[in-house]
Design a protein around this ligand. Structure first.
Ligand code: AMP
Length: 418
């Protein structure tokens, strides 16, 4: 059932507790923590503008990093309050705690349209434990609950789930923010009855991470294009040689079951026919975890599907990329999750870039709806400067995958129905 959204609420003069995703990348510069990328803050502005204009008293709660219940100064949200104030052009109050008297007093002094950011909720272990007493303390300042943190909605934590349950029990409304609403629309409603041809592009490291998504999308897709390291597990299952490529040898049965399901349902299931391979060589160095660091030498196009023993596959080859691009250009609905190769290294980014350009072309010229399911494919599109040329890019990583699998997200389930 559709969830209530901030648009449905009467918030004037009410204390609105808003869970946002301000888990922004930060870096220490001259002894101060500086925000490297404010996208996540920017993404909440439509919801904040709406609440400010409607005269709410806004209390923002978020987590930053993994302080594991400690008051870790480098994970304070204070710099985020300053950045947000700049972005909305009005003061943002900050309290160095998320519960207790100081919070209650500050909230008591808020006027209509005022904004307060609370300190990192993960300074308390009770947050991730979804501790009922802690959630009660957070809920003390909330008449209404709004969740705009899609990226954290797959976790049943106190600020993402517990507070909502308490507010609802008191008869208060719990609603999706505008960002959350868009996520539910594109990853949910739009994919329920996608316009055909519906092309699903899946890549990334592991079959095991995405098998539930594959299984679900096999019910709806016309074509599934597989890339990334996970393609090699499928190739192994089909009897090809995969050399030193990243494979999950214990997942070949799962891979074969997906291929069989695709055949039974008449879904075209495409695997790479050529690859970019390179030879891994030990550098003699160890990484932070004490594991040997490799460099990858002699990258080359391997025009056949079997990969020699000494080499490793790092990207789909040009013939595969061209075939995938042609399929994508004729799509009316596209869902993309996961890069086609180890795109962080430019030598292995071309497959991902060809796919990205085809997705953009389908969107711009063919009127296709293109939905990018979070994580590294969003990063790849942004690096290629194409982020604003697709229909929708999810802000969730784990949350997007779980939602696409068809799992109920605790942070969404706790919101009031329309
Ligand atoms: P995921 O989080 O599952 O979407 O996986 C993304 C990661 O998979 C990225 O960091 C890629 O570098 C990595 N990746 C994709 N293809 C390959 C490959 N062929 N070999 C090694 N890593 C890969």
């Amino acid at each position: 059932m559709a969830k209530l959204t901030v648009n449905d609420l009467d918030v004037r003069g009410k204390r609105v507790f808003v869970r946002v995703d301000y888990n922004v990348p930060m870096e220490e510069k001259d002894g101060q923590m500086v925000i490297n990328d404010a996208t996540r803050i920017k993404e909440t502005l439509p919801t904040l503008d709406l609440l400010i204009n409607k005269g709410a008293k806004i209390i923002l709660a978020a987590h930053l990093g993994r302080p594991k219940g400690q008051r870790e100064p480098s994970m304070s949200l204070r710099p985020v309050a300053a950045k947000l104030a700049d972005m909305i052009n009005r003061p943002v109050a900050f309290v160095d705690d998320c519960i207790g008297e100081k919070v209650e007093n500050t909230v008591g002094a808020l006027k209509e349209g005022d904004v307060l950011l609370l300190e990192n909720v993960r300074y308390y272990n009770e947050e991730e434990a979804n501790d009922a007493a802690f959630a009660e303390k957070l809920a003390k300042v909330a008449d209404i609950y709004v969740n705009d943190a899609f990226g954290a909605a797959h976790r049943a934590h106190a600020s993402t789930e517990g507070v909502a349950r308490i507010v609802a029990k008191r008869g208060g409304k719990c609603a999706a923010g505008l960002l959350m609403e868009r996520e539910l629309k594109f990853l949910g409603d739009e994919l329920e009855t996608p316009a055909s041809p519906f092309v699903v592009i899946l890549g990334g490291a592991k079959v095991s991470d995405k098998i539930k998504v594959i299984d679900r999308l096999l019910e709806k897709a016309d074509t599934i294009l597989i890339g990334g390291a996970m393609a090699y597990t499928f190739k192994l299952a089909n009897g090809f040689k995969t050399g030193k490529s990243l494979v999950e040898a214990d997942k070949t049965d799962v891979a074969l079951a997906a291929i069989a399901k695709a055949a039974k349902r008449g879904v075209k299931f495409l695997l790479p026919t050529d690859n970019i391979v390179a030879t891994p060589q030990e550098t003699g160095k160890l990484n932070k975890k004490g594991k040997p660091v490799f460099e990858f030498v002699n990258p080359r196009v391997l025009a056949e599907a079997n990969i020699p023993d000494a080499e490793e596959g790092f990207d789909i080859g040009p013939a595969t990329a061209a075939t995938y691009a042609e399929v994508i250009r004729s799509a009316k609905t596209i869902l993309w999750n996961g890069p086609m190769g180890m795109f962080e290294d430019k030598r292995f980014a071309e497959g991902t870039n060809v796919v990205a350009r085809a997705v953009v072309e389908a969107t711009q010229k063919n009127g296709a709806k293109s939905i990018i399911g979070g994580g590294d494919s969003v990063k790849a599109l942004n690096v290629a400067g194409l982020g604003d040329k697709v229909t929708f890019m999810s802000t969730g990583g784990g949350a997007s995958l779980e939602f696409l699998e068809g799992s109920a997200l605790p942070g969404v389930a706790a919101l009031s129905d329309k």
